[in-house]
Design a protein around this ligand. Structure first.
Ligand code: RTP
Ligand code: MG
Length: 140
């Protein structure tokens, strides 16, 4: 399996509780390497653009409002099978259904305030990385 990159967001519920380091450690312990990272406060326009695929979902407006409720940390993660590995360590969207030891099981507050985002395919990883990072900001 070749080295792959994925995109991660440490969400506002986690930055609010000062969990940036704790979440990053769980990602690193899973074998992922942080090759780009920045703390930003998204504008509504940015969040709507990022989540455009969910535009028609009933939770879209609440999701956007949550994602701009505080700072987030956007990251590029690198490693073998990084997309799938990140999804595994994140756990299920709803923390009540997440496996023991996953980031969402340990840290998430609710199905919405669920601590992390992770790309769901290599194709979307590339789109999401390009949405937030210039090539020179990623140092592998
Ligand atoms: P993500 O995109 O954040 O990595 O999470 P995911 O793939 O596990 O979940 P997805 O279906 O893509 O949903 C995106 C985010 O929307 C919020 N959500 N709220 N209120 C609800 O029923 C609901 N469902 C999803 C969550 O923050 C979820 O991560
Ligand atoms: Mg998703």
């Amino acid at each position: 399996m070749a080295t792959e990159r994925t995109f991660s967001i440490i969400k506002p519920d986690a930055t609010r509780r000062n969990l940036t380091g704790a979440v990053t450690k769980m990602l690193e312990d899973a074998g992922l390497r942080v090759v780009a990272s920045k703390r930003i406060h998204m504008t509504r326009e940015q969040a709507e653009g990022f989540y455009a695929v969910h535009k028609e979902r009933p939770f879209f407006n609440d999701l956007v409002t949550f994602m701009i409720s505080g700072p987030v940390v956007v990251q590029v993660l690198e490693g073998e099978n990084a997309v799938a590995k990140n999804r595994e360590v994140m756990g299920a969207t709803n923390p009540a259904q997440a496996d023991e030891g996953t980031i969402r099981k340990v840290h998430a507050e609710s199905i919405e305030a669920n601590t992390v985002h992770g790309s769901d395919s290599p194709e979307n990883a590339k789109i999401e990385i390009d949405f937030f990072f210039k090539p020179e900001e990623i140092v592998g």
